[in-house]
Write a protein that binds this ligand. Sequence first.
Ligand code: GTP
Ligand code: MG
Length: 134
Amino acid sequence: MEKTFIMIKPDGVRRGLMGEIIGRIERKGFKITKAKLFKPNVELVENHYMEHREKDFFNELVNFIAEDLVMAMKVEGEAVIEVMRLMIGHRDFKVASPGTIRGDFANTITQNIIHGSDSLESAKRELNLWFEEF
Ligand code: GTP
Ligand code: MG
């Protein structure tokens, strides 16, 4: 079964959206097989968002994620990487369709509620990084 890495970002946790998001994942029929609610350190978050290290928003993004609790999850199911990205919606809240998690709940570009791996390669890398295994 395919596996992906999902993280409810600090704004999602603070706004009390964990139940809503976990409910959507479960109702879709995907299985959450690991979950960890904790405050990640800066080094872990920098590593996670390594592909964006040259971007002008990198520090803002890393500080935001590392400042508070996140819910890190391993989620399994058929085509789960692609389907979770569809359920999450576009990174820009102005573009994200209603019915998607970001379309329904996000209202800023940096604080967009949730992360999902964007490919098999990043899912492997991120699960290894956040859960020290795959
Ligand atoms: P993630 O699942 O978080 O990786 O989002 P994504 O894959 O939909 O988008 P991308 O990887 O391109 O960007 C990573 C994150 O950086 C986004 O989710 C936003 O939180 C943030 N981000 C992206 N673009 C901008 C931007 O132009 N300005 C700011 N401030 N933040 C941005
Ligand atoms: Mg991304």
